[in-house]
Design a binder for this molecule. Structure first.
Ligand code: GUN
Ligand code: ZN
Length: 427
C-alpha cells in the first residue's frame, strides 16, 4: 500500500540533536505518518492527521515506534558470507578470508546469489539504504544494483579498485580501470533510486597512478560518491607511509589524487593527526564510523566527540564483514560503548540520528531520506520496543521515550524490527 496513514509512536528529528539539542526532536506517543506515492506527505499527532484524511487506508502499528529506515554508510556486500571469520588483524583478515571470498565474485551467478542474501539481511535488520563495496568485478555491481532496483530501494554500490598488494584475480592495471568503472557509473548513477560510488579500496592496494584514475573518474562524474578507507590500524598507517613517502600523511595520499571533498566518505578514520582532522573538516569530507568492526579487528577507539565538535558529517556503518553485525541497532550500541571508553556518552537521540539522518547526510542524501518529514521518501522502520523478554522487562520501567528505546538500542536485533517500508511499500 503506497498511500496510507500509519499510526504508532513517532520520533521526528528536525536536526542533529548533538548540535541542536533534544528540542530538535518531537515525540508523539500517538503519532501518524501520511504516505502518498512513495513519499511522506505529512507527519504529526494521530488525531490531527486522522481528521484531515478520514478516507485514507490505515495501518495501525499500535505502540510500536516508527523511525526512518536505517542508513549504513559503509559496508562490503561481498563479505556477507565471511562475516565473523576468525583472524588476527586487518591485513591477516584481508588475506585469509576477504580476498579469497571476493575472488569468488568472478562468477556472476554467485554474485547475484549473495546480492539477494545481503539485501534480505539488511532489510531484516531495518537498513533501507547502504553504501556498499562490491568487488573488482563489474558484474558484482550489476548484481547488487539489479537486486536493489527490483526491490525499489535507495542504494549505493561501488566497484572496488585495486592494482597491487592483493591477488592478481582482484587487481587490474591502473590504465584499464577507468573503462571498467565509467560504464557502471553511466548505467547506475541516478537510475531509479540508485547511486554508483567511485571506490578505490584503500591506499595500500592502490598505486598513485590508480588513485589518479579514481580522481579523474570523480571529476568526470560530479554526482558520484567517493568511498575509501582511512587510518584504521597503526600497522596500516606505517605501511602507507612506506608506500607513499612523498605524502605528508595518510589523508594527503587521497588529497593529492583529488579525492577529498563533500562527497567523500572515509571509513574508520581512527588514528588521525591534528592535521588530518583539520584536513577532513576543511575539505568537507565525511566519516563512516564502523564501531563493531573496530572492536572485532582490534583497530581502535574512534573519537566521535571530536568529529562532532569539528563539524565533520559523521554516520554509522556496519562495515560488514569486518564488522560483526548487519544490525544498525548493534552498531549504535557499539558506538555507545566505544564512546564510553573515551569518556563520552552520546544520548540515544544522537545515536539514532547517526544511524538515520546523519548517515543520510554523509551519503549526500540528506534531503531525500533519513527523516520523517514531508517531501522525504517513505523509507521507514517500525520497531517493537519490547521484542525480547529482557528488553520488555527493562522497557516496562521506562520513564520517557529515550529510556524506552535505549534497551532496544543496546540489546535489540532483528526481532525488534516489526516492519520495514521502502518508498511506502512494505518490503
Ligand atoms: N581496508 C581495506 N579493505 C578493507 C575491508 O574490506 N574491510 C576493512 N575493515 N578494512 C579494509
Ligand atoms: Zn570497510
Amino acid at each position: 500500500m503506497e498511500t496510507a496513514l500509519h499510526f504508532g509512536q513517532t520520533l521526528v528529528f528536525e536536526a542533529d540533536p548533538a548540535i541542536a539539542g533534544l528540542s530538535a526532536v518531537r515525540h508523539d506517543t500517538h503519532g501518524a505518518l501520511l504516505v502518498e506515492d512513495g513519499h511522506i506527505a505529512a507527519v504529526g499527532p494521530a488525531e490531527t492527521l486522522l481528521s484531515a484524511h478520514p478516507d485514507t487506508p490505515r495501518v495501525n502499528h499500535g505502540a510500536r515506534l516508527i523511525l526512518p529506515g536505517f542508513v549504513d554508510t559503509h559496508a562490503h556486500a561481498a563479505q556477507t558470507a565471511i562475516i565473523a571469520s576468525w583472524a588476527a588483524r586487518l591485513r591477516d583478515w584481508l588475506e585469509t578470508h576477504t580476498f579469497p571470498e571476493e575472488t569468488r565474485f568472478g562468477d556472476p551467478v554467485y554474485a547475484a546469489e549473495i546480492a539477494e542474501r545481503y539485501l534480505d539481511l539488511c532489510l531484516s535488520f531495518g537498513t533501507t539504504t547502504a553504501a556498499s563495496y562490491c568487488t573488482a568485478h563489474p558484474a558484482s555491481v550489476d548484481a547488487l544494483m539489479t537486486a536493489a532496483e527490483a526491490r525499489g530501494l535507495r542504494w549505493i554500490a561501488g566497484r572496488v579498485m585495486m592494482d597491487r598488494n592483493a591477488p592478481d584475480a582482484l587487481c587490474r592495471a591502473a590504465e584499464a580501470q577507468y573503462d571498467l568503472c565509467a560504464p557502471l557509473i553511466d548505467r547506475w548513477q541516478g537510475r531509479a533510486r540508485l547511486g554508483c560510488a567511485i571506490t578505490p579500496r584503500f591506499a595500500p592496494t592502490c598505486s598513485a597512478p590508480l588513485l589518479e584514475v579514481a580522481g579523474a573518474l570523480a571529476r568526470a562524474h560530479p554526482d558520484a560518491l567517493i568511498q575509501t578507507h582511512l587510518s584504521e590500524q597503526p600497522e596500516e598507517i606505517a605501511w602507507v607511509a612506506e608506500l607513499f613517502p612523498e605524502a605528508r600523511d595518510y589523508l594527503d595520499v587521497y588529497d593529492r589524487a583529488g579525492l577529498l571533498g563533500p562527497r567523500t566518505v572515509l571509513g574508520h578514520a581512527i588514528h588521525l593527526t591534528d592535521r588530518e582532522w583539520h584536513g577532513i573538516a576543511e575539505t568537507g569530507a565525511r566519516i563512516a564510523h564502523c564501531p563493531t568492526s573496530n572492536t572485532f579487528l582490534g583497530s581502535g577507539l574512534f573519537d566521535l566527540a571530536r568529529a562532532q565538535a569539528a563539524g565533520i558529517a559523521t554516520g554509522l556503518a556496519t562495515d560488514v564483514g569486518g564488522g560483526s553485525s548487519f544490525s544498525m541497532l548493534r552498531t549504535m550500541a557499539a558506538a555507545f560503548e566505544i564512546a564510553q571508553l573515551r569518556g563520552h556518552r552520546p544520548h540515544p537521540a544522537e545515536l539514532l540520528w547517526l544511524a538515520t539522518g546523519g548517515g543520510a547526510q554523509v551519503l549526500g542524501l540528506g534531503d531525500k531520506i533519513g527523516r520523517l518529514a514531508p517531501g522525504f521518501e517513505a523509507d521507514f522502520v517500525v520497531l517493537d520496543l519490547a521484542s525480547t523478554p529482557a528488553i520488555a522487562t527493562r522497557s516496562a520501567r521506562a520513564e520517557d521515550i529515550w529510556d524506552a528505546i535505549f534497551p532496544t538500542i543496546m540489546m535489540g536485533d532483528d526481532r525488534a524490527v516489526a516492519a520495514v517500508y521502502a518508498a511506502g511499500r512494505r518490503v
